[in-house]
Design a protein. Sequence first.
Length: 363
Amino acid sequence: MRAGRRCGYRHAAASLFASPFPLAVPPLMSSARTALATGTGFALAAGLMWGLVFVVPLLLPQYPALLLSPARYLAFGLIALPLAWLDRRALGALTRADWREALALSAVGNLLYYLFLAAAIQRAGAPLPTMIIGTLPVVIAVVANLRSRRSTAAARDSTLPWRRLAPSLALIAAGIALVNHAELGRLRAEAAPDMSGYVLGALLALVAVACWTWYPIRNAEWLRAHADRSPRTWATAQGVATLPLAALGYAAFWLWQTVGAPGAAALPMPFGPQPLRFVGLMFAVGLLASWLGTLCWNEASQRLPTTLSGQLIVFETLAALAYAFVLRGAAPGAATLAGAALLVAGVAWALRAPRAASATMPA
């Protein structure tokens, strides 16, 4: 089939040079370009939504990660309930295996990921965890490329040659390293950091990276194996699957605060010391980051190969940095801007990699 497509492209090119009249873009090529453009747009929207979750732990410093994670996804699950009712027919078509997959994705990609990320941000500040999470484009692209070569489950993904994937990965890694260096320098200049909290925050962020390396690859494999299913329905299914897990986690934290936590560590439950701010932020990230962000990412995952969509998570890093500087009330320095430029350059290179790879592939 791929050989047929390449022959079609060559035939169309030959006809273009042979005819005195310009011809329309071949439908398959036009469809590929449309999928690339719309998939990138959806990935950008998801990154803008997901960047919000990096500032919430800083806006709620009195709330531990053990409460923030189940509260966020409890709000997500409650938001998903009316959507699930509207989409009940499509959800009813999901099998037990599909629901088990949604439950696993929700547990690892939602609850555990945000638990470790929020804990890392509250211990090491926003810059370090943001930069460690920013390595996800590199990690996911490499893991996805390895899986697509070795696993039949990923056979439908387009495997990119390493020589074409390497430049974009190198640019993204260099940009992340430069921004991270600038942020660490600023922290050292302001005050002596708490090294134990700093190291613990870094380790927790690495665990978050592991959780979110597994999630998009596994999620994309399911979506590509079920191309007839709606990404909206799958996002809602994950919200519904998250609800009982989040409710159980919230109840367990409430119980611990009531009967087990030391007096100085206990929070006034059920909504803590700033109930309106807490509830408002939880529902905001539940709607924007959890449901709408997941929907946009699912749309992108159906249009783009995992090796490319994994790199486009760089949008989340850029959004998180932008929001952090807005919250800080300061403009980024030259090194940070240069690092961001390298990140964007890496994404731009990645966008042309699939087309370049297919153009040089032998017939």
